[in-house]
Design a protein around this ligand. Structure first.
Ligand code: CP3
Length: 364
């Protein structure tokens, strides 16, 4: 797909913020903005299994647009999918158990199990449903806001593939790191190669910005993060961008979200990512100082503030925007995904407050 195949973009605030250009107000979107806190999403989920929605472009489009239709204050859409579509493309079975989350009936146990993964993955074919959903959604958006694509990062995906689902201490995947380092690197590299092709495919299909989720980054010590996460997320941004350039595709902004990896902030700001997404444990002033204006910062309100009073939400938003403090290089978001039991009315209050305060602060 080429840019001319899509309706012209009417709101490019988030793209400008990501590129370090000034914005007249701070752009905002919410991780997991299409999800169970919305009654209209729960209604679709009653009729369809989670991965059926992901695999049916018309349903993925419908659900991606739900928060955009409800909140005209959102400045980006993110394609409805999941990070676990990559393990599925590699040949592992993944199911989504209601109320429990992802479950792998046969996770990887020892390195010998890597033989169960496809030796080469035809990304174009195995993940075509995501690409179709992106193209369909980009058209249906009619240029209202940019469409974001995403992928899980290699370490987070490896951990899911070995733990078989959520886990408190990741001891199974860490066993691999400490007993089978060579095979661990082999698996991480295999994931990296697929992720790169997948992300390029998303841009080809119409994604206008990309986010990489290293949701389990903070489970690693700084040293292990340098060994098992950093080299791969670094490869992803450089190789995605060089491939986009070679294929004459738009070189879209890229965001890295390493939850819990506060120690890596400075290092991350020297990679070729445009945006670093922060969790709520990081002080905005510290983050600005350490990253020295080299990247745009995104985040970082504690998702649980949305359970607070209207006053508390407004007070927190105001403090956050003032601390990140400029009309440049800042995108408002939560520090992690929105929780399923949040009241959609509080989301409205949050978004409207971001607009109001973001405009005021930009004028200063
Ligand atoms: O942000 C969006 O609105 C786009 C869609 C999106 C989903 N998952 C939909 C989803 C995105 C970007 C993700 C990413 C994702 N998936 C991550 C990285 C972000 C993060 O939260 O750290 C991870 C770790 C996953 C894996 C995953 N998927 C888990 C752990 C769970 C269960 C926890 C939960 O919130 O239920 C899911 C399920 C999931 N992915 C749901 C949605 C809307 C809810 C499942 C349902 O409807 O039954």
């Amino acid at each position: 797909m080429g840019e001319t195949d899509f309706p012209p973009l009417k709101n490019d605030l988030i793209l400008r913020a990501a590129r370090g250009e000034p914005t007249e107000r701070t752009p905002v979107w919410i991780m997991r903005q299409a999800g169970r806190y919305l009654p209209e999403f729960r209604q679709v989920r009653e009729q369809h299994d989670f991965f059926t929605i992901c695999r049916t472009p018309s349903l993925a489009t419908l659900v991606t647009l739900q928060p955009i239709d409800r909140y005209p204050t959102l400045d980006a859409a993110i394609i409805f999918s999941d990070i676990l579509v990559i393990p599925q493309a590699l040949g592992l079975e993944v199911e989504m158990l209601p109320g429990k989350g992802p479950h792998f009936p046969s996770p990887l146990v020892t390195p010998a199990d890597m033989a169960r993964l496809k030796s080469s993955v035809d990304v174009e074919k195995e993940l075509s449903y995501v690409f179709e959903a992106i193209t369909m959604t980009r058209k249906a958006l009619e240029g209202r806001v940019p469409l974001l694509g995403f992928s899980g990062a290699p370490w987070t995906l490896m951990a899911y593939m070995i733990e078989g689902g959520g886990s408190n201490n990741l001891h199974k995947s860490k066993t691999w790191l400490y007993r089978y380092p060579v095979e661990s690197h082999e698996l991480l590299q295999k994931l990296t190669d697929v992720i790169i092709e997948y992300l390029v495919g998303q841009v080809k299909a119409g994604a206008q910005m990309l986010q990489i989720f290293e949701s389990w980054g903070g489970e690693l010590s700084p040293q292990d993060f340098s060994t098992y996460s950093l080299p791969y997320i670094s490869q992803i941004s450089t190789r995605v961008k060089s491939t986009l350039q070679t294929q004459s595709l738009p070189i879209v902004p890229m965001t890295i979200f390493c939850k819990g990896s506060w120690y890596a902030l400075q290092t991350l700001s020297n990679l070729s990512y445009d945006v670093i997404s922060l969790d709520w444990t990081i002080d905005p002033v510290h983050a600005k100082q350490v990253t020295g204006g080299r990247v745009t910062l995104q985040g970082n309100m504690d998702p649980s503030i949305l359970y607070g009073t209207e006053e508390k939400i407004k007070e927190t938003v105001t403090g956050m925007i003032e601390a990140f403090g400029s009309n440049k290089r800042y995108i408002v978001n939560l520090g992690h995904g929105i929780l399923p039991t949040v009241d959609p009315e509080n989301v409205k209050i949050f978004l409207e407050c971001v607009h109001e305060v973001g405009r005021e602060v930009a004028k200063r």
